[in-house]
Design a protein around this ligand. Structure first.
Ligand SMILES: Cc1cc2nc3c(=O)[nH]c(=O)nc-3n(C[C@H](O)[C@H](O)[C@H](O)COP(=O)(O)O)c2cc1C
Length: 389
């Protein structure tokens, strides 16, 4: 564990501490928190930590290659930056900085529907194609237009999120009065902003505009984030079923990944509507609290559809060692959410770049010490014990 006198942040936990110091409380809690009692959030992390690896020795591990392909792209390691809403509130034009870091590390970046920077801005900053994440809106015209813009921005892969039929109970946000316009809530927000001058200068003043870029022309008052958030909550479509994914499949020519599947039956349904991949995810413990950790569900899903679909997993991945554990349990790759947004808040593009370099080196070391030299050699045999998995 790191501490106050560290010269450099190394782990996601180190970036998290720095993010906590830098951000107004309500923003830190928004990225850090989970649903209800945060039982699932904790389980995601704890279950990765309980997996025990096998140390193997005396194999030639002088050449380690972490490169792989996901969604047809050749990438430097099996890791994708997960979609994070409001990333541009954590650092100046945050999504722009994050896509550059991802491009530099040669891993995919996923732009959220509710990002601050829009598709065109991220496209202009990027040197490689990126992924787009979609929430289904009631107005299919809006959806169609978003898809057209994503295609025009050169997005290769669409991650369609299915675990947010309704927004989870994020108690920290509620306690912080995130959507409240009361005098008390406004006063506390103003105090939190005043207390964090570095953030205020970098993001609040120099990082404008702060609306949801991809939806800016749809929302009545794009200067007020609470109005925006309320609009989005109203417009998200809770009536979506697999039938709508057939519609989506017909609209989207690129790769389609379904994000937010935990059960093998749902994974089979995703395969049957023509998805190319899925992400085993519980939204980072932000939706249904007390649902199982993602890594404990991964083996079942991989067994059910791993031959037909590319299976990714997210939730609780905090190191390159965790990436290897996920692959050993059947994933083709992982997504990381909080680790990159903490690093972005703490150190901008350079922070995300350093985090990715560290995770890649951790993966290389873990491969060498388990006796494998290529991503394709990572299999269940590397696991000594996987509690519950
Ligand atoms: C602050 C925050 C915002 C998020 N916003 C989105 C989003 O807009 N769309 C989405 O599909 N998932 C969103 N997620 C979920 C992440 O994409 C991902 O599934 C999750 O963070 C993975 O867990 P981890 O944070 O433990 O890595 C968000 C997660 C966080 C922490």
């Amino acid at each position: 564990m790191g501490g106050a006198y560290d010269i450099e942040p190394v782990t996601p936990a180190d970036y998290r501490r720095r993010a906590e110091r830098r951000l107004p409380r309500f923003l830190f809690d928004y990225i850090d928190g989970g649903a209800n009692d945060e039982i699932t959030l904790a389980a995601n992390v704890a279950d990765f930590r309980r997996i025990v690896l096998r140390q193997r020795v005396m194999r030639d591990v002088s050449q380690i290659d972490t490169a792989t392909t996901i969604a047809g792209e050749e990438i430097a390691m099996p890791l994708v930056l997960a979609p994070i809403g409001m990333g541009g509130m954590m650092a100046q034009r945050g999504e722009r900085q994050a896509v550059r870091a991802a491009n530099g590390a040669n891993v995919p970046f996923t732009l959220s529907t509710v990002a601050i920077c829009d598709l065109a801005e991220v496209r202009a900053a990027a040197s490689k194609p990126f992924w787009f994440q979609l929430y289904m809106m009631r107005d299919r015209g809006v959806v169609k237009e978003l898809l057209d813009r994503a295609a025009a921005a050169g997005c290769t892969t669409l991650a369609f999120t299915v675990d947010l039929a309704i927004t989870g109970m994020r108690h920290r946000d509620l306690r912080n009065g995130a959507l409240s316009q009361s005098v008390a809530a406004k006063a506390v927000r103003a105090w939190e902003i005043a207390r964090h001058p570095a953030w205020t200068l970098d993001v609040a003043l120099r990082g404008k505009p702060h609306g949801f870029g991809n939806l800016a022309d749809r929302v009545p008052d794009p200067t007020r984030l609470e109005a925006f958030t309320a609009w989005v909550a109203k417009e998200f479509d809770a009536s979506v079923t697999w039938k709508d994914i057939e519609w989506l499949r017909a609209q989207w020519k690129g790769k389609l990944f379904i994000k937010g599947v935990l059960e093998a039956d749902d994974a089979r349904a995703a395969a049957s509507v023509g998805a190319d991949g899925l992400i085993v995810s519980n939204h980072g413990g932000r939706q249904l609290d007390s649902v199982a950790s993602t890594v404990s569900k991964l083996p079942d899903v991989a067994a059910a559809v791993g031959e037909r679909l590319e299976v990714l997993v997210d939730g609780g991945v905090r190191s390159g060692v965790d990436v290897m554990k996920a692959l050993a349990l059947g994933a083709r790759g992982v997504m990381i959410g909080r680790p990159w947004i903490w690093a972005l808040a703490a150190g901008g593009e350079a922070g995300v770049a350093r985090l990715l370099a560290t995770m890649k080196q951790e993966l290389r070391v873990a491969m060498a010490l388990t006796g494998v030299t290529k991503i394709g050699e990572i299999d269940r045999g590397l696991i000594d014990r996987a509690p519950g998995a």
